[in-house]
Design a protein around this ligand. Structure first.
Ligand code: 21W
Length: 222
């Protein structure tokens, strides 16, 4: 898989060279290319924003640098082009798995109040939000999307950390985990986990899953 990112803040993506995703880039399982939209501005001061028609607070990203950088990266529409936007459809595990099957992803990041609507109309396939809270820029959403999608690319996760959809197949949140030591700051590991009785352990974990789901995500029990 190949992911291209268009942004005004390319250094924000340096973090992807760390950990599991960094390893996947190193061994060529997926490739990442980050392009600075500003490099495509034909403005003499390389400006990429301007005041909104109709008035109002804040600035809007101008269409020229965005359109030209999109055309430069993807001249033949080989990419699924995604604009990260608070008014997009909400990212879900289902969408993540869909996107993981695509060969080429182009992530377009707006700054300021957003981008000129004509770029969305002309150049974008899909507008995606990561949830109902306000971020300072779409770049944080892009980082989340990249992490979620890339871990679904074959070969990125080892067998140890496999895509654990099986354990969520029951639609519940995860049960609590414990490791050594058996007692820590006066708190003991639940006795059943030391019993070696696998049927009892499975039953305990299922009960714990139901309880935590009822408390934190009652919507999942519907
Ligand atoms: C946040 C830009 C709010 C613009 C009317 C006029 C991308 C995002 C973003 C941002 C506004 C995502 C307003 C979840 C997010 C993103 C920056 C609008 C207020 N209303 N997913 N002005 N949350 N965020 N500003 O924020 O670009 S995906």
């Amino acid at each position: 898989m190949k992911i291209d990112v268009l942004t005004l803040f390319p250094e924000m993506y340096d973090v992807l060279h760390v950990g599991i995703i960094g390893k996947a880039i190193q061994n060529g399982t997926f490739s990442l290319r980050v392009t600075n939209i500003r490099d495509y501005s034909i403005d003499k001061h390389k400006r990429c924003d301007d005041a909104p028609y109709g008035g109002g607070a804040g600035m809007v990203m101008t269409p020229q640098p965005l359109h030209d950088s999109i055309e430069a990266v993807d001249p033949n529409r080989k990419y699924t082009r995604i604009y990260l936007s608070p008014k997009g459809e909400r990212l879900s595990q289902q969408i993540v798995e869909e996107l993981a099957k695509v060969d080429n992803l182009l992530l377009v990041n707006g700054s300021y109040e957003g981008i000129d609507q004509r770029v969305i109309d002309l150049d974008i396939d899909r507008e995606i939000s990561i949830g109902d809270y306000v971020l300072t820029s779409g770049d944080y959403a892009s980082l989340v999307l990249i992490d979620a999608v890339v871990r679904y690319v074959p070969g990125v996760l080892g067998s140890e950390e496999s895509t654990d959809e099986e354990s969520f197949a029951n639609g519940l949140l995860e049960y609590p985990h414990y490791t050594r030591p058996q007692e820590f700051l006066g708190l003991s590991v639940p006795e059943v986990l030391l019993s070696g009785n696998h049927a009892e352990i499975a039953k305990w974990r299922f009960e714990q899953s139901k309880a935590i789901t009822a408390r934190n995500r009652p919507d999942l029990l519907e």
